[in-house]
Design a protein around this ligand. Sequence first.
Ligand SMILES: [Zn+2]
Length: 447
Amino acid sequence: MGFRAFVSRRVVTPEGVRPAAVLIDGETMRAVIAPGEIPGDAVREDFGDLVLLPGMVDSHVHINEPGRTDWEGFRTATEAAAAGGYTMLVDMPLNCIPATTNVAALEAKRLAAQGQCRVDWGAWGGVVPGNHDNIVSLADAGVLGYKCFLVPSGIEEFCMVTEQDLRAALPHVARTRLPLLVHAELPEFLGGFSMRDDDWSLYSTYLRSRPAQAEVAAIEFMLSLCRDYGFRLHIVHLATGLALEMLQSARAEGLPVTVETCPHYLRLEAEQIADRATQYKCAPPICSHPNRERLWQGVKDGAIEMIVTDHSPCPEVMKRPGEGNFRDAWGGIASLSLALPVIWTEAWQRGFDLTDIARWMSERPARLAGCHTRKGRIAAGYDADFAVFDPDAEFTVTPDRLYHRHPISPYMGETLRGVVKRTYLRGQLVFRDGQFPGTCAGREFRR
Ligand SMILES: [Zn+2]
């Protein structure tokens, strides 16, 4: 069989946006050429003015299966992903039962994923107290890196680590050369017990209970361990702009540290969050308008290299919608189906372009996950993963646009710019205008 040729006047390549044809041979891109050079026997698919982006890569997703499939699951998470232009997800190790802290648990997750995935996926392993002997075996079994918490994770079976736990684990982590993703807040800064009698229907109460200082101090602590052990440190969901300078000087010093932030920190701000509006609860919390602007400056400077969703859904009842209690509501924002338009809406207004989107939301997360020789760019030799995107169209967020299991979203009712028209996974159409054609062809990407 001959090649297929995907043609568009706006193909987003690492070198810029230009008219091009992408030659596809089965599951792989063979070449990116001028539209006039398409071989005569190639089957053409012409997208006209629609943008051809590389498939988005999300290195921060909570799929919750096996064990908490009533929260989300491989089928619903990967459908939301396909609808959002994503072709590769990396699943966090904590919400599934058993938590992914040893090889048997990883195998249980693989079994649960079988035949259910619309897009490709990979697994992070967990670093928890006492599991340091499993770290190298998890790497040998194919995890892409590790995740740990410095504060309670909200999941009882996935405990936070202390300095002592980390000093036991880090030599093993360093040996694998895989990244350690850290939820960076320190418990001694969190206002737990002392705020028991405060009014938790107020967003300001929640904000006071998790001050930015908790994050700044945790990052400082992790940087000092990075200096001692030389492992690859990755700070997840950076919410405060106050840590940016410290992170930049750590890089200048040569420490192997990377940083992500999330769409909700770049789009939303504390000033707009109504009391009782627990759909906005996440940790660390969404902060002030000036802080949001500092985060955007960090994205612009390159201090923050990537934007990932931290897609973290739960059943509606866990958001405590009736009482609106910010202490007891589950923290987490699900945004796989919306992240690309949310970020494009902001980025376009701020003068960024589609190559920035591809770098922040595809290339850099792929590099973190170690799948950057197959995913993350439109170039010869890469998987034929694409999002077909209309960057000029607008839509209003309604429940039927979300696709994850429980249609809760802080973006409900918002008008966003940019519509994902189609998504292709390794050459196969997996999303088109609200439908999921074809089979569940998603596979695990293993190290
Ligand atoms: Zn998370």
